[in-house]
Design a binder for this molecule. Structure first.
Ligand code: SUG
Length: 457
């Protein structure tokens, strides 16, 4: 019999992790702009979370960070000279552009792509579409390398279908699996796929003055569902509540999470939550011949503001080897009395969530990225897993190598004014060069193709 697994692919935090306040609508990013970061601590926190999941008996994998500073992106904006000149010119002319070219934002792998697993697609293949991430410049430069990495990891064309990112325009803004949830009785059986978007139909008109524009459009969500050959009876499109977006819910995974037969969400997550939940329940029952467990949090139990502050819904909801489900929560949830009390209630109640594990990913949280943001879920059958590049699958040995690699290459602290330091560029490239060897991925970075006359000496 076919079995399938959910494999969490976590983005490794890159050596230039910093706080630049780049993300409009992301409260944590705004609040911490210009503070000093610790790339080393951030990367070790991320690896610590991956190790916890591996130790819990789950399948865990890694995605390499992108090449940053992205000198080629700065060159495309007209900055000229050697790499060191370009960094210096950008620093003086447009520090925010320099910071964007240095962002380690690919760590938030939930935004890397949308993947529809083979039990759901008409051709029974796994479909992959990298997100175009057009809404924020610093993220819009991620898709080419994301596509290269995903193609290197899932290289078998008989099992994996790679689509190009959607055309990069605001009407088709796509932020990947952060706005997507799959529910199913078991990973290898057909499930329903929920796409959450943030704008009204045809004309994404100017938002009201106090409302942040959403980052995922209805048109983008529909396009992905068509490309992935999903059955409309197994697909649900839901609109995010603009008032929640306005309070910092810039992706749906800040206010809802689902796994297998369980959907955990805030009552104010969607425009018309009762109707959305009715459709989700009905399509789940029709597709899966069983009942969905819905765990709804009401505003009096937890306000949207507190949900955004603690990132409760940005927990990972996972199925442990004994079939019980567990929430992997940010440590902030334990430190916030109302959220901690709510978690106690959820564990005690009659629902599939049986336990909670807390993880400390503070460096990422300060940029608005919790445990769920850091991972891209990929459902793979045994056969597909066997065809996946093995070098990225986490083992004890790989974990040790990656920790040593971070210790060797990453800075303890990085201040905003250090981003133009040509030594940071050299250090980062050296680190990434070594990482591709550790992961056995071959050359995937632009600098590995043209590291010659133009590089800093
Ligand atoms: O896109 N933060 C990311 C956080 C992404 C969170 N992902 C999910 N919710 N799935 C973003 O807003 C901040 C970078 C800075 O300000 O330096 C940033 O890009």
């Amino acid at each position: 019999m076919t079995t399938a697994h959910e494999v969490n692919f976590d983005g490794i935090v890159g050596p230039t992790h910093n706080y630049a306040g780049l993300s409009y609508g992301n409260i944590a990013s705004h609040k911490h702009q210009q503070s000093v970061s610790s790339p080393k601590q951030a990367a070790l926190e991320g690896l610590g979370k991956m190790k916890l999941l591996m130790d819990l008996g789950l399948k865990q994998a890694v995605l390499p960070p992108q090449e940053r500073p992205d000198v080629a992106a700065l060159r495309n904006l007209g900055f000229q000279g050697t790499d060191a000149d370009i960094l210096d010119h950008a620093r003086r002319a447009e520090p925010a552009t320099l910071a964007a070219a240095c962002s380690a934002s690919s760590m938030w792998a939930a935004n890397a792509a949308t993947l529809s697993p083979s039990p759901d697609t008409a051709d029974a293949k796994l479909h992959i579409t990298p997100a175009n991430l057009v809404s924020q410049y610093h993220r819009s430069i991620e898709p080419p390398t994301t596509a290269t990495v995903l193609r290197a990891i899932f290289s078998d064309p008989t099992r994996f279908v790679h689509h190009d990112p959607l055309p990069p325009c605001p009407r088709l803004g796509d932020e990947g699996a952060a706005n997507y949830t799959r529910l199913c009785p078991d990973y290898h059986t057909p499930g329903i796929e929920i796409f959450v978007f943030g704008q009204t139909a045809l004309a994404p008109a100017a938002p009201a003055p106090n409302v942040f524009p959403a980052r995922q459009t209805r048109q983008a969500s529909h396009a992905i569902a068509r490309l992935h050959q999903l059955n409309p009876q197994q697909t649900v499109f839901v609109q995010q509540n603009p008032a929640a977006i306005d309070q910092g819910v810039f992706h749906n995974d800040v206010i809802a999470v689902g796994n297998r037969n369980t959907f955990f969400y805030h009552r104010d997550a969607f425009v018309d939550t009762p109707t959305a939940i009715d459709e989700i329940r009905r399509k789940y029952a029709d597709t899966c011949s069983s009942e969905l467990a819905c765990i709804e949090v009401a505003p009096h139990q937890l306000s949207i503001k507190d949900a955004v502050e603690t990132y409760l819904f940005n927990s990972q909801l996972v199925t442990l080897p004994d079939a019980a489900q567990s929430l992997i929560c940010p440590a902030q949830c334990r430190e916030h009395p109302a959220t901690a009390a709510l978690l106690d209630e959820i564990i005690a109640a009659d629902n599939p969530i049986a336990s909670v594990h807390f993880v400390d990913v503070r460096q990422s949280m300060k940029n608005g990225g919790g445990p769920a943001c850091l991972r891209l879920r990929v459902v793979l059958t045994d056969d597909e897993l066997a065809q996946t590049h093995p070098g990225v699958l986490l083992t004890e040995q790989l974990y040790e190598s990656l920790c040593n690699w971070v210790q060797q290459h990453y800075r303890d602290r990085l201040a905003p004014e250090e981003l133009a330091d040509p030594k940071l560029l050299t250090e980062s490239r050296d680190a990434l060069d070594q990482l591709t060897q550790i992961l056995g991925l071959g050359s995937i970075y632009p600098f590995q193709g043209y590291r010659s006359s133009n590089t800093t000496t």
